[in-house]
Design a protein around this ligand. Structure first.
Ligand code: B12
Ligand code: SF4
Length: 469
């Protein structure tokens, strides 16, 4: 029998999503598809022994026995990924890095890897493994130009412990998005062409897994209306309940909305982003009209669908009054679960490039690129105001009074709406405690690094209230 190739696939931890001390309890954690998808793509004819580690639920043994380690990297986890990569390479293990951050900015990841996988890896990952087995690993692998998601093996959900997650009924039908919002990672990393799995294969995956309540992680399920109509129609006979992501445009399309509801849609996450039309226009998300947001909520509710509405703060037309105004707006519009983040200019997105040209990027310390730290100089307020205001918005929207005002009309069952709102209330009141980043790089060294960049960056790191020092 030939020597088995020992492969360890790792999803590194982030400030919130980590095994010890993170804020994301089991109740807010669903099984991600990245590692289980990569595991399924390993060619069956290669003699391979696979181990999967999600640092959100478990520790990674630093002495693990592997020939090849694959790490998935998003910007906020890049520092942790590089730390692990450097460690394993020192031990003589081959390290492969892939994922959104590597795709956005490969040159940043290159010094920490033997090979990079840029873009989606349905074809390149199996090729890389064949090359590795033959002793001719290349330093870079790119997404195949004609990538097709049809006839791919189903994710190996069985390889991560299901009891550590709220659910492993997590599915993906499409990838990509047709829009080009300036702050979004998707068009920059993967382009605007939507990739789709054939509807019957999505249905087959749901059936074989036996899922009755499920989550679609697609970033915009309705990007292609025709596909969405077919998918929703095919879900009806399954009699499932599902949650997913879509744009506000769904509320304008009664036929599609009705079908979504009939297919079992019970909750949607939508990027409302801002209550300022100028912000939305400046960032190419003009199809969002704040004057229609309350109507969107009402229409979703009429169809039994709850809304997780996401806002970002810090765009150029935001002044210090934006926090209260937005949080109160969310309460009055009766958004079931409002969420607030500081806009993050992920590397190489149009927003990042513009801020860099304007010399407003304050730090390239990726561990702060997590949606809760101000990493750029806002146009109409200070960094402190942006940090503190964001926390204040959370607290306002999740005060007991606001929760009561918001959820009375929510279509979700009482235990669900109360449970999720109390969970988010805990989150709102503990952001400062968890979003501090001290868990990865010792304080002193990060301060030194920031100081050597710019004084402003140093000010940012030491004065930000959510860094808890
Ligand atoms: C599930 C999910 C989560 C989960 C789990 C996160 C986790 N650790 O996996 C939760 C809810 C916790 C979460 C939280 C956050 N997330 Co998130 N999340 C996702 C989501 C919706 C799905 C990921 C997934 O399963 N994709 C399906 C798999 C199959 O696709 P994939 O991961 O891209 O992998 C493919 C390729 O990229 C490649 N690949 C990926 N990794 C590797 C590694 C190797 C070795 C190889 C060979 C190939 C490879 O191969 C795969 C097959 O083609 C994505 C969006 C999306 N739809 O992808 C956002 C996404 C990854 N999240 C994002 C963000 C910003 C966050 C948060 C910062 C949000 C916030 N403000 O809180 C936090 C940070 C969490 C943390 N780590 O601290 C961004 C990342 C952007 C970036 N540049 O950093 C994304 C892309 C969404 C977006 N459009 O902005 N998230
Ligand atoms: S609509 Fe959503 S997923 Fe699509 S580009 Fe805009 S922010 Fe990204």
């Amino acid at each position: 029998m030939p020597h088995k190739i020992k492969i360890a696939l790792i999803s590194p931890k982030g400030p919130l999503y980590r095994h010890r001390g993170g804020i994301w309890r089991k109740s807010l954690r669903y099984q991600p598809l990245t590692l289980t998808t990569l595991a399924a793509l390993v060619p069956t004819y290669l003699p391979v022994e696979l181990q999967l580690f999600d640092e959100g639920i478990t520790d990674v043994p630093l002495d693990l026995d592997a020939d090849l380690v694959g790490l998935t990297v998003i910007t906020g986890t890049a520092m942790r990924a590089y730390q692990l990569a450097d460690h394993f390479r020192k031990r003589g293990i081959t390290v492969v890095l892939g994922g959104p951050h590597v795709t956005l900015i490969p040159e940043d990841a290159a010094p920490h890897a033997d090979a990079l996988v840029v873009g989606y890896a349905e074809d390149s990952w199996p090729q890389l493994l064949r090359d590795f087995a033959d002793g001719r690993l290349q330093s870079r692998y790119h997404q195949a130009p004609g990538l097709d998601l049809a006839d791919r093996p189903f994710a190996r959900r069985d390889l991560l412990p299901s009891h550590r997650y709220l659910t492993n009924n997590v599915f993906e039908a499409t990838r990509g998005c047709i829009h080009n919002c300036d702050f979004c990672v998707v068009p920059t990393a993967w382009g605007r062409r939507p990739f789709q799995k054939p509807v019957e294969q999505v249905v087959a995956d749901i059936r074989q897994h036996g899922a009755r309540k499920l989550i679609f992680i697609d970033l915009n399920l309705i990007a292609d209306r025709g596909y969405a109509l077919r998918l929703f129609a095919a879900l009806i006979p399954l009699n499932v309940q599902w949650y997913g992501l879509a744009t506000v445009l769904l509320a304008d399309d009664l036929e599609l909305l009705k079908l979504a509801a009939r297919s079992g849609c019970k909750g949607l996450l939508m990027g409302l982003e801002s209550i300022s039309p100028q912000n939305l226009r400046q960032n190419h998300k003009g199809f969002n009209s704040p004057e229609k947001f309350a109507g969107v909520v009402q229409r979703l509710h009429e169809h039994g669908i709850a809304l997780q509405g996401c806002f970002v703060f810090g765009l150029d037309h935001d002044g210090p009054d934006v926090f209260f105004k937005t949080a109160e707006f969310a309460v009055q519009a009766r958004i079931d679960l409002p969420r607030f983040a500081i806009v993050t200019p992920f590397p190489n997105t149009p927003l990042y490039k513009r801020l860099e040209t304007e010399d407003r990027i304050l730090t390239k310390n990726w561990e702060l690129y997590d949606g809760q730290h101000a990493v750029f100089q806002p146009a109409r307020m200070s960094v402190d105001e942006l940090q503190q205001g964001t926390e204040a918005a959370w607290k306002h929207a999740y005060s007991f009074r606001s929760i009561a005002r918001r959820i009375r009309h929510s279509p979700a069952p009482w235990p669900v709406k109360l449970g999720t709102n109390l969970g988010y209330r805990f989150y709102a009141n503990n952001l400062g405690r968890f979003y501090n980043c001290d868990w990865i790089i010792p304080r002193g060294s990060r301060r030194e690094e920031a100081r050597s960049k710019t004084e402003t960056a140093h000010d940012l790191l030491t004065s930000a209230p959510t860094t808890n020092r």
